[in-house]
Structures are given as C-alpha cells and as structure tokens.
Design a protein around this ligand. Structure first.
Ligand code: FAD
Length: 371
C-alpha cells in the first residue's frame, strides 16, 4: 500500500471517529499519532539513509492537508513535527534522526515566549554554559504537543556569540521543564499547545543545533519555508473539509413545503461557489509556492511569506461561508463545520502572524529590509 493509501485508511478507520472527541475533550489524539507512526508517516521527511521515506515538502503538504480536512488539531501536530524534523535532519544527532525515521520519536518547535510573544525571532530566554552542560531558563508561551512530544527544538538567546538566538534539542522528560497550564483553546483543542517553563534545565552542550548565535539564520532559512507551507496546507485542508461538508449539507437538506434543497437556492449556490473559488485559489498558490521552493525560483521568499497569510485569511472566509450556508444547523456539532470554523482561527495568529506577514510583504515589495 502507498503511504497516501495508508493515510486514507487511518483517516477513515480512526481519525474520523476520534476528531469530534479530540475537540470535545481537548484530548491529544494519541491513537492517530501512534497509527501514523506505525505507518512510517512520522518518518516521511527523514532521509532514506536514516531509515525514513526520504520525501519532501510537497508530500508533507499533502499529508497535513489531508489530515486537516478531518482534524486540523492532528494536522497541526504533524505540521510542527515535520518543521522540527527539517531542522534535525540538517543539525541533529544520528540517533535522534534514526528514532524519528523509525516513527519512535515525535518532535515540535518551542519558539514563542511570554516576553517576545509572536516575535519568535527575538527570544528573551537564556542559555548559560556550565562545563559540558548548558543551563536553560525560559517561559515558553506555546508548545504544540507539549509533554506529548519526545523532544523540543528550542530557542534561546546565544551563549556568548553575537546574534539574536541559538537553537537546542531538549528531551521532553528533562528535569526542570514544567507544564504551566493545560491547553484549553477555542480551536485546535487536541494539539496540547501549552505554556511550558524551564527552570535551571540542564542539557548536554552537544545538543546545540547549529553554531551559537546562528538560530535566526536557521529559523529564517530552514523553519520559515517549512512552517509557512505546512501551516498553509493545514488551512487549505480546513477549507476543503468545511466547504465539502457544507456542499453535502445543502445538497441533502430540503425545505419540505417547497420540495427543493438548500442547494437549489441561488443565494446558497453563489456562496458555495465563492467558497469553492477561494479554496481553489489558496490551493493553487500553495502549489506554486512549493514549485518555487523546489526549483529555487527568484520569487521564493515572497511566495513563502504570501502563502501563510493568504491561506490563513482565506480559511477564515471559507469557514465563515460554510457556517452561513448551513444555517442554524451549523451552530450545532452534527454538521461538523463549527469545529473547523474554530480551528481555522489559529493560523492567522500563529507566528509569523498575518499582520506581521503583511508588514514583511509590504516591506519586501517596496524594497525595504524585513528586519
Ligand atoms: C493553536 C496554536 C498553536 C501554537 N503552537 C506553537 C508551537 O508549537 N510553537 C511555538 O513556538 N509557538 C506556537 N504558537 C504560538 C504562535 O506562533 C504565536 O506566537 C502566538 O499565537 C502569538 O500570540 P500572542 O498573543 O503572543 O501575540 P502578540 O505578539 O501579543 O500579538 C497580538 C497581535 O498583535 C499583532 N502584531 C504583533 N506584532 C506586530 C507587528 N510587528 N505588526 C503588526 N501586527 C503585529 C499580531 O498579529 C496579533 O494580532 C501557537 C499558537 C496557537 C494559537
């Protein structure tokens, strides 16, 4: 069976039933993460040399988008895992890369902090060298899969070098890491995106990911393209899931006294058409962004910045349309649209947020430096 066929089986056999429970109970979707791991899908972007599938951003985008059609929480967990793996494949130890490739290790990004908030490129947290160890202190404001992942790709101020940040790999079970509060969000309720504090956390100095002070370059050069594309893939999947549920509802639901379905109302049809067009436009820009990255096109960075903002904002519009056309029925849980409406709201405030991206894109197209 191909990996996409395996993914479809996991979605139909496990994810479809689990998604509403994940949302209702704000529970981490462990059974599905275990199934993805057993199918090798957590090793999708790990190199073949390490035992992974050796696939890239295009395939990761398909996986995240497909998951998001049914459960955006699960899709975001996988999105953050692939982003962290992109860093570890370049800078991590062989043993962690082999564990990830074998599906034995879930990872994630721990960038956002209470002090610098969505400006993840400017951590306030500290790292101090003590012999062969580094001592970390931090107030991380959001870590998806907190204490469910096996490790965090973690940012701090540099030890001694010039530069805004350094990156580290931290095992989730390291002493001194504390869950500041369980996650109880309005959407993405299954992804355990909790605040985490680090007090005197000691890690081997060898867990540095890249040179001291070079964290910013890794964030911008490696993480940003992966995160913008996969976050957008989650938004596109969420749109697809909401518009397809809306189409199903308006096609099957009748005003009995008229003998016609909601889809036979021209107003409803026009809204559905707008939702379809917006979804297809976002998906087309997503494909073009991936094509730009793969071929190293000159407009790659502009596309990377554009796609996250475009998909996040369009997902707000499309899930709103899906709510509108399904009427009062969408207010309840059974149509399945309101969950996606709530989940869709996360992407625009995940850093870089849409408003920060508008500022970056505006600077880029008017020839001003981004920072
Ligand atoms: C579901 C979810 C999962 C997350 N998972 C992770 C994770 O795994 N790892 C991680 O590191 N982080 C994660 N985050 C955090 C995320 O990336 C952002 O850092 C966080 O959402 C920012 O919220 P804030 O309240 O701190 O924003 P603030 O920085 O307080 O921003 C508030 C508002 O001001 C706007 N704003 C800020 N600066 C500017 C500017 N320069 N120009 C214009 N407008 C500006 C913002 O767009 C926003 O609208 C997650 C967030 C969510 C919602």
């Amino acid at each position: 069976m191909t990996y996409l066929a395996q993914l479809d089986t996991i979605i139909s056999d496990k994810l479809t039933a689990l998604a509403p429970i994940t949302d209702k109970e704000a529970a981490f979707p462990r059974p599905v993460i275990d199934a993805l791991s057993a199918a090798g899908l957590l090793g999708l972007v790990s190199s073949k040399e390490m035992g992974g599938m050796g696939l890239g951003l295009a395939e990761a985008s398909q996986v995240v988008s497909k998951l998001a059609q049914t459960c955006p929480s699960t899709a975001m967990i996988v999105c953050m895992h692939y982003c962290a793996v992109a860093v570890l494949e370049q800078l991590g130890s062989e043993s962690v890369r082999r564990d990830i490739a074998a599906g034995k290790h879930l990872t994630t990004l721990a960038f956002s902090e209470l002090e610098s908030r969505s400006h993840f490129w400017a951590p306030a947290s500290t790292a101090k060298l003590d012999g062969n160890e580094v001592v970390l202190n931090a107030r991380k404001s959001w870590i998806t899969s907190a204490f469910h992942a096996d490790s965090y790709v973690w940012s701090s101020k540099p030890l001694a070098a010039e530069g805004a940040s350094s990156l580290w790999l931290i095992e989730a079970k390291t002493n001194g890491l504390k869950l500041a509060a369980p996650f109880d969000g309005m959407g993405m309720r299954g992804n355990a995106s909790s605040p985490v504090t680090a007090e005197g956390v000691r890690i081997p100095a060898a867990n540095a990911l890249g040179e001291d002070g070079k964290g910013f370059d890794i964030m911008m050069g490696v993480v940003l393209p992966w995160f913008c594309v996969l976050n957008a893939s989650c938004s596109v999947g969420t749109m697809e899931g909401s518009i397809s549920r809306a189409i199903e509802h308006v096609s099957a639901t009748k005003h009995q006294h008229l003998g016609t379905s909601l889809a036979e109302l021209p107003t409803i049809r026009a809204y559905v058409a707008r939702g379809r067009i917006k979804t297809d436009m976002a998906n087309t820009l997503l494909s073009d962004t991936i094509a730009a990255i793969v071929s190293g096109r000159a407009d790659t960075m502009l596309r990377v910045l554009e796609i996250k903002a475009a998909a996040a904002e369009t997902a707000l519009e499309v899930t709103d349309i899906a709510m509108r056309v399904c009427g009062g029925a969408a207010f309840r849980k059974e149509v399945g649209v309101e969950r996606l409406f709530r989940d869709a709201r996360a992407a625009s405030v995940m850093a870089p947020t849409t408003d920060v991206l508008y500022d970056f894109i505006g600077k880029a197209v008017t020839g001003q430096p981004l920072f």
